[in-house]
Design a protein around this ligand. Structure first.
Ligand code: ADP
Length: 721
């Protein structure tokens, strides 16, 4: 179908035509003929890069221009929210306002009321629903990207609940990878279903075994025995490759090994550009490895990288400067990074249950990254059979069907939090109403009943009553209590809130960072660091040494909580180092963590510290303890000792600049106010722009001028001339 023939507002067509798109891909045309433009729900299950985003844009714009209201676009990752936000910004030409929202779960974000398209992570949107933002009623369309994540253990329940809440109130467009039971999903959502395996670039799949490449069509190619040859061959032909492996360390190791082989094919200007790229990285153990790999035109990509590093690599790969990326499967989830050839080194990964096969759905997502539209006629996806039987791999991953999706609502932690929210935020008044709601979920649709879910819900309701999150009256009606309401708004697990509440009496008597950090690390909402065998004794020693600071006993060695406890101690120790201004590099080295891990831990700890304070306020807080907690929160946020607290409140002053100012003798705002600007500019990290912002923040332009230049008005630049 031609874009010009689309039955939508001409302005929408104009924008798309200006992108250089004149014709819809076949599944896009099918999707838009399904009734979705007239308001019907739709499940669209087609491969990556076959144009789901464009379909969603047309549906959103059509709806917004015709009916007004708002469209919400749900994504699984923050990075994706940014990507989509940038894409959708283009529609501002038509007067459509676009916003993205990801962080801060304790807010109604009323400012979003001004926007028409709102891109949000599922968790953020769930929290907005709980807060009952006024603009929610105006949402007329929800696009759920990567809806197959409904089947993911830790994220699935959130998405399922959002869709259950909104299915009768808004139109739903669910975008999915190919899954085994798309029909079931569509039935649940009362949606039309379009399934297709059409791709804009042909995909050729094969299995590589000891130098022989068996293509799915029976053809055979020969290569040198080692699978590296597949990658080198792609580079030799002027193309790129993506290599998927199962651990971060493998990604690093293979990147460095491949870099030596690939570097011979780089031109001199490319080498210079890569050197330049490498020099932009900060200094830490991970980026040292990355620099090594980059010199040969290869990079690795995994969750341990910092955001800056990740973006740098992604951009360089898109530009063709980086020829090869070795990655853990996180890369295959969502990011738009295709390559001519995809090589999958591992089809197994280590889990709590030992080695398990990676699901077909995931391997097919990785394979789907092969072939760059516009550049490649065909993309190649090759699985390496190392110890596995190549025939079996061919059957399972090349010819096999992806798994079915299963509801993950019964995941205890997620469900506990959702049941509380239903009672405190969504007006569920009694158990019967709770059951009524549950009967609308995918879980109920799939199982045919909600019996086992009801048992779980009952246990949870008891737990909530017992711990004073809710109460129940004589007619068995639920009464939300302040603790319950606040917990739900803070978007934390009720179990986390209970742990905090139980610890408050001890905390009040002995507020200290180590005790508080261990408490935070012991909650189910926190991620903790793994303790290796060789480290166990150290952390046990540390725990004994600081025992009187803890709000919990030290479990015995045989106790099932022992290992977890040591991880909490290690995590608390990292946070302790952080607020004592230990440099990041030292933290990475000492605790064997990657920058991405530290960032994640700090982000979670920040949110939990905030939540702890908010909950403490409900229990007749003591003023001095509250102030102590607030100061500690600020120290945690900025990674500073107490003496820098005043300085980090200034704009753009983080732990490094604050320390530099302090050490140079500018120990507080007063000292900055009385200092000469040129002296302040001597301090490392303090440039003109920063200083201007500080003065602006302090509102001292006037003071400065009066003191130094009484008559003439001017800005800081004039003054320094
Ligand atoms: P998906 O969301 O399915 O992974 P995208 O919507 O991101 O895929 O589309 C992948 C690329 O294909 C984008 O660069 C997009 O601009 C382009 N594209 C989408 N539809 C068409 C079309 N009909 N003709 C040409 N290019 C298209």
């Amino acid at each position: 179908m031609k874009i010009s023939e689309l039955p939508v507002d001409g302005r929408i067509k104009k924008v798309i035509l200006e992108r250089g798109i004149e014709e819809l891909y076949p599944p896009q045309a099918e999707a838009l003929k399904s009734g979705v433009l007239e308001g019907k729900n739709l499940v669209l299950a087609i491969p990556t890069a076959s144009g789901k985003t464009l379909v969603s844009e047309i549906v959103m714009l059509n709806k917004l221009l015709k009916e007004g209201g708002k469209a919400v676009y749900l994504v699984p990752l923050k990075a994706l929210a940014e990507e989509k936000y940038r894409e959708f910004k283009e529609w501002e030409r038509l007067g459509i306002r676009v916003a993205a929202t990801t962080g801060d779960y304790d807010s109604t974000d009323e400012w979003l009321g001004k926007y028409d398209i709102i891109v949000a992570t599922a968790e953020k949107f769930d929290s907005l629903l709980r807060h009952g933002a006024r603009w929610i009623d105006k949402v007329k369309l929800v696009v759920a990207d990567e809806v197959h994540l409904l089947g993911s253990y830790d994220r699935g329940a959130t998405l399922e609940m959002i869709l259950t809440h909104l299915m009768d109130k808004a139109q739903i467009l669910a975008l999915s990878a190919t899954v085994g039971n798309a029909e079931e999903l569509a039935e649940w959502l009362n949606a039309e279903l379009i399934v297709s395996d059409w791709r804009p670039v042909e995909l050729r799949k094969g299995i590589f075994h000891l130098g022989t490449l068996f293509w799915e069509d029976g053809k055979i190619d020969r290569y040198p025995e080692n699978w590296y040859s597949l990658v080198v061959d792609a580079v030799k032909r002027g193309k790129g490759a993506l290599v998927f492996v199962n651990t971060r360390r493998s990604a690093e190791k293979e990147a460095i090994a491949l870099s030596k082989l690939v570097s011979g094919y780089l031109t001199k200007p490319e080498k210079r550009a890569l050197e330049n790229l490498a020099s932009q990285l900060e200094r830490n153990p991970t980026s040292e490895k990355l620099k090594k790999a980059l010199k040969g035109g290869v990079a690795f990509h995994h969750a341990g990288l910092s955001r800056v590093e990740r973006t740098l690599i992604e951009d360089a790969f898109r530009e063709g400067l980086v020829k090869v990326i070795t990655a853990t499967p996180t890369l295959s989830a969502g990011l738009n990074l295709p390559a001519f050839r995809v090589v999958i080194r591992d089809t197994k990964r280590y889990s709590n249950f030992g080695w398990v096969d990676i699901p077909v759905l995931e391997i097919q997502q990785m394979m789907g990254r092969a072939g760059r539209p516009k550049y490649d006629k065909v993309g190649e996806a090759i699985i390496v059979a190392r110890t596995e039987n190549p025939k079996k791999l061919m059957e399972r991953y090349v010819h096999g069907k992806p798994e079915k999706l299963f509801s993950m609502l019964a995941n205890e932690q997620a469900f506990r939090s959702q049941v509380l929210a239903l009672i405190t935020n969504f007006g569920v008044r009694n158990f019967q109403e709770l059951v009524n709601f549950l009967s609308k979920t995918f879980y109920a649709h799939q199982r045919g009943d909600t019996l086992s879910l009801e048992y779980k819900a009952k246990d949870i309701v008891y737990f909530l009553i017992e711990n004073e999150f809710i109460d129940i009256d004589l007619e068995n009606n639920f009464i939300p209590l302040p603790l319950g309401k606040r917990t739900s708004h803070l978007y934390i697990d009720p179990l986390t809130a209970k742990k905090f509440k139980d610890a408050f009496p001890k905390l009040e008597k002995n507020p200290n960072p180590f005790g508080i950090f261990q408490l935070i690390a012991a909650t189910p909402d926190m991620a903790t660091l793994t303790v290796r065998r060789g480290e166990m004794e150290d952390y046990l020693d540390l725990a004994y040494e600081l025992e009187e600071k803890l709000y919990t006993g030290i479990p015995y060695y045989e106790d099932s909580r022992f290992q977890g406890f040591l991880s909490q101690v290690k995590t608390a120790k990292v946070l302790l180092d952080w607020i004592n201004e230990v440099p990041e590099v030292r933290i990475y080295e000492t605790y064997n963590v990657d920058p991405g891990d530290l960032y994640r831990i700090l982000e979670l700890a920040d949110w939990l510290m905030y939540s702890l304070i908010e909950l403490y306020k409900l229990f007749e807080p003591k003023g001095d303890v509250l102030q102590y907690l607030r100061d500690l929160h600020l120290r945690l946020r900025h990674g500073v000792r107490e003496e820098l607290l005043e300085l980090v409140k200034l704009p753009n002053i983080g732990r490094k600049r604050a320390r530099a100012l302090y050490n140079a003798g500018f120990r507080n705002v007063e000292a900055i106010l009385t200092a000469k600007p040129r002296d302040l500019l001597q301090v490392e990290g303090i440039g003109l722009k920063i200083l201007e912002d500080i003065y602006k923040h302090l509102g001292v332009e006037h003071t400065l001028e009066v003191k130094e230049k009484p008559k003439k008005k001017g800005n800081l630049y004039d003054y320094l001339k």
